[in-house]
Design a protein around this ligand. Structure first.
Ligand code: SF4
Ligand code: MG
Length: 314
């Protein structure tokens, strides 16, 4: 693995304004250069918090974020700035993060100009950035409200890519779009990954969306990783009852798994997570042991880990 960029995120925790709430607990994840990791779970499970920690927008209250094997908090000066630029975020609602009074061109060029990344004319720079995401450069003098949802998401992607990051954290980046537009934006992200050699952490509540882009799927429940496997393996042999219930919610999924009872009940409060396996109040397979003992994430096949007592034979 010496030739791979390893980013390890170990035991990341975050104290929210209420210090007793930890949105993310005991998450340990390494992402390789060029890999697309899909992070899936219901809203409120801690995946956005995790994404923000990875993007450097929130500090972990404990644990470490390693970038190419180095603790990101140890970086100073130019190295620290570069590390921040290297990881950019694409959000669900680009309107909320686009200044309504700035033209699209100015929005795209703002950060690169601040960081002196534009050599030559800024008009040429903006044109190239817009073309890269499939936007007509002639639209660069328009304001955000003049764009459709899909176009605005392309602007959000162009703005993120304008500082030459290696890594994008996409948080529900297509969730607000119509299905046909979703597919276009996912295809764009897939193309950009190839041409720019990007790495993604792709966060979504929708396994159907994650399927088309991700090499590996990480399933989160109440701030913990409950299953992790290559994407094909998750769709062919999902192990964890929570993952299987998420698959149930995808309409095109094969009828064979339909016998599994679909997910019941609300996501419990992370303030007061259930005892034992956090999923036990909603799990159709729960036993007495599940109520008292927390299962650990263990390997069940190469590259496939799951945290469920049903995997322990003895
Ligand atoms: Fe369900 Fe028990 Fe497995 Fe948790 S440990 S997922 S409650 S069977
Ligand atoms: Mg979220």
């Amino acid at each position: 693995h010496a030739d791979l960029l390893q980013r390890g995120f170990q035991r990341l925790g975050l104290s929210k304004p209420n210090p007793t709430v930890r949105a993310v607990n005991s998450v340990d994840l390494a992402i390789r250069r060029g890999e697309v990791v899909g992070l899936v779970g219901e809203s409120g499970c801690g995946k956005s918090t995790f994404g923000r920690i990875v993007a450097g927008l929130l500090p972990p209250s404990s644990g470490r974020l390693n970038w190419e094997g180095r603790d990101s908090t140890s970086l100073r000066g130019r190295e620290r700035v570069q590390a921040k630029l290297n990881v950019q975020m694409v959000f669900q609602n680009p309107m909320a993060s686009l200044n309504p009074r700035m033209t699209i061109g100015d929005i795209i060029a703002e950060a690169p100009q601040v960081h002196r990344l534009v050599s030559g004319s800024s008009a040429d720079f903006i044109d190239a950035q817009m073309q890269r995401v499939g936007l007509d450069p002639q639209l660069k003098t328009r304001l955000p409200h003049e764009f459709s949802g899909g176009q605005r998401q392309r602007v959000g992607i162009a703005r993120a890519l304008a500082v030459n990051p290696e890594f994008l954290v996409c948080d529900e980046a297509v969730a607000a779009l119509d299905v046909s537009i979703q597919a276009q934006v996912i295809n764009l992200l897939a193309d950009l990954r190839e041409t720019l050699n990007l790495t993604y952490l792709f966060i979504s509540h929708d396994l159907g969306v994650i399927k088309h882009l991700s090499d590996r799927v990480v399933v989160m429940y109440l701030g913990q990783v409950v299953e992790e496997a290559p994407t094909d393996e998750i769709f062919a042999r999902a192990n964890h009852p929570y993952t299987r219930s998420l698959l149930e919610e995808i309409p095109e999924i094969n009828t064979e798994k339909r016998s599994f009872v679909a997910i019941k009940g609300e996501l419990p409060s992370p303030l007061n997570p259930p005892s034992g396996c956090h999923f036990h109040p909603r799990c159709p397979l729960a036993t007495a042991r599940c109520r008292s003992e927390m299962p650990v994430l263990r390997q069940i096949a190469p590259g496939h880990r799951s945290a469920c007592h049903l995997n322990e034979t003895s």
